[in-house]
Every structure is written in structure tokens, then in C-alpha cells.
Write a protein that binds this ligand. Structure first.
Ligand code: URA
Length: 320
């Protein structure tokens, strides 16, 4: 497809490098679900406006191959966004910048970047439990889907008073498709027992639904991409209190860089959800640092008292 000078200038302004060969753009660059981070990372890797054709990149360095959608057909309700083809992109550019109404390339670039971000994410905000679970099972919104054995959706009492949120599945959870199945899960069970709860009486979830390779920390972009699912889960459970375990989940959900030692021991609220939140150590950390268990116990007591205050009740000591 021929590329106009105007289209090229917007693509460049967006940081989208384009391989140009005799007046044509290599359309394969946009044939996959390339997202902005892919595009940015291509730009960083190449640092030039002319990108080698995908065929010229080694396969392991080529984000196009790493993000290629699997052949599995998307289920109808997950309504995959339209494929981001060259043609769609150029149509969007043409709509955004009619030839006789000149706008600055950078303002067009900003609006197109926003459009790409929006187009890429599945809107799960109105899903019921079944739809949400299906969407998560089918999800290919970030590269983690490539390596997962199972998604780890979350489990427990769907209308529980308590919701417990950790960071991401590890090997054991990836194998079993269930949250907190490793040694830290055993300690979590003990912590719950200590306050009169058990696994079936709470709802357990993670900020990420897929395991990051080698149990690395979730990337910001991954947490951000997955947040829509967690947010919908929180809305569906509608817990009276959320207990966040661990720094990574806490910093992501509370949008802060404060260390865990400063986040624990007080009440927070997740912006836009208006549900009280208590942060405590991740049980995996407590396994390594058992001397901090008493602080976690204080946090659990704090959570109980906030719950009592919010529900105008005494702390519940029986599993609900
Ligand atoms: N750690 C977590 O944060 N979540 C799990 O599901 C398992 C370990």
C-alpha cells in the first residue's frame, strides 16, 4: 500500500518506525496485535526511522513473532478488538487529519497513541463472572499468554466480605490454575485461620492472571493491562475489605512507590473503588523473615477492626 508523506510524518511522530521500500510500507509490521510497548520497544531497539523488515530480524528479537496471536478462535463475547492492520491505522490517520485541516503531527500522534491503547484492551467492565472468566482464559493482551500453562483466575466465595490480593501466579499456581498453591499459600491459610477465616470463605486473586517467566516481578505494563480484570473481579465480589499481600501488589493497586514497611499498619483506599484496604507482608516474605510475622498479625487485627467499624459489627471470628 503506498504511503503518503503525511502518513509517514504522523507515524514518525508517534514513534512508529516504518520500513519503507520503494513507496511501500511493510504491512506485516502492523498485522499483529502490536501494542504501544511493542512499538516503543521496536523504536528503542532500532533507534532509526527505517526499520528492518520483520523477516530480517532474528526471530527471538522480533516482537512481531513474540506477539503473534494464537490460531485459537476468540470466543464471541470477548469481542477481540479489530486487528490493527496498516489499512486501519492509515484510515485512522486520515480521519484524524483531513488534508485540508492541518493539525500538528504530535497532537495527531498523541490521539492515535491513545486510540491504540484503548483499542487494544478488552473492556470487561460489564462482564458477569462467567464472561469475565472466559475473557481471562482467552486473554492474549500481553506476552505472558505465550508461556502460561493455565491462567489463574482467582477463587473463593464470590460475594465474600474479604478479598485477598497477591501479585502473580508462580510455578505451582501456573501448573494448577489456582492461586496460592505453593508454600506461601499454606502460610496464608494459617494466617486466615488465625482470624477465624478459611479459603472458601474469602476470595483470592492476583494482580496478574498469568505467571511471569521464572517468577520475575510483574512489569508495570502487564499489571496495567491486567488491571481491568481484577477491577471487575473486585466489583463483582464487592468485598467489605481488601487485604493486599506484598509490596508489588500494594504498590500497583495503591499507585505508590512507598515501601511496604510504610504501607502496612494503616488503612488505605483503592482509588475509584472506595473499599477499605489493609496491606501486609506477602506470606512468601514471612517464610523468609519469620520474625516479621507479628507485624502481619497486627495488620490482620487492624483489618478485622476496620471491618467491624465499617460494618458496625464486632470482628467476625467465625468463618463466614
Ligand atoms: N504468590 C502470589 O502472590 N500469588 C499466588 O497465587 C502465589 C504466590
Amino acid at each position: 500500500m503506498p504511503v503518503t508523506q503525511q502518513q509517514l510524518s504522523y507515524l514518525n511522530a508517534m514513534g512508529i518506525p516504518v520500513w519503507v521500500g520503494r513507496d511501500t510500507v511493510d504491512s506485516a509490521i502492523f498485522e499483529t496485535k502490536a501494542d504501544r510497548s511493542t512499538v516503543d520497544s521496536i523504536a528503542q531497539q532500532q533507534s532509526v526511522t527505517q526499520l528492518a523488515s520483520p523477516n530480517q530480524l532474528p526471530i527471538q528479537n522480533n516482537p512481531i513473532y513474540q506477539q503473534a496471536p494464537s490460531p485459537q478462535a476468540p470466543s464471541s463475547h470477548t469481542a477481540q478488538p479489530p486487528a490493527f492492520s496498516t489499512e486501519n491505522l492509515f484510515n485512522a490517520i486520515d480521519q484524524a487529519a483531513p488534508v485540508n485541516q492541518p493539525q500538528s503531527a504530535s497532537s495527531i500522534a498523541d490521539s492515535l497513541k491513545e486510540k491504540i491503547e484503548k483499542t487494544e484492551l478488552i473492556d470487561s467492565s460489564s462482564f458477569d463472572w462467567q464472561q469475565l472468566q472466559q475473557a481471562v482464559t482467552d486473554c492474549q493482551q500481553c506476552e505472558l499468554y505465550n508461556k502460561r500453562t493455565h491462567v489463574v483466575f482467582g477463587e473463593g466465595k464470590q460475594n465474600s466480605t474479604w478479598m485477598i490480593i497477591g501479585d502473580a501466579p508462580k510455578e505451582e499456581e501456573d501448573t494448577q490454575g489456582r492461586p496460592f498453591m505453593d508454600r506461601s499459600g499454606v502460610l496464608l491459610d494459617n494466617m486466615l485461620t488465625a482470624i477465624g477465616l478459611d479459603r472458601p470463605s474469602v476470595y483470592l486473586a492476583n494482580t496478574l492472571k498469568c505467571r511471569p517467566p521464572n517468577n520475575r516481578d510483574p512489569k508495570k505494563a502487564e499489571s496495567k493491562t491486567c488491571y481491568g480484570y481484577l477491577k471487575r473481579q473486585i466489583q463483582l465480589v464487592n468485598p467489605t475489605l481488601i487485604l493486599i499481600v506484598g509490596r508489588i501488589a500494594a504498590q500497583h493497586l495503591l499507585q505508590t512507590r512507598e515501601p511496604l514497611a510504610r504501607l502496612r499498619g494503616r488503612r488505605h483506599t483503592i482509588e475509584e473503588l472506595n473499599i477499605p484496604v489493609v496491606v501486609t507482608y506477602h506470606p512468601a516474605y514471612l517464610l523468609r523473615q519469620p520474625r516479621d510475622k507479628y507485624k502481619s498479625w497486627q495488620d490482620l487485627k487492624l483489618a478485622q477492626s476496620i471491618l467491624a467499624e465499617v460494618s458496625g459489627d464486632q470482628p467476625k471470628i467465625q468463618a463466614q
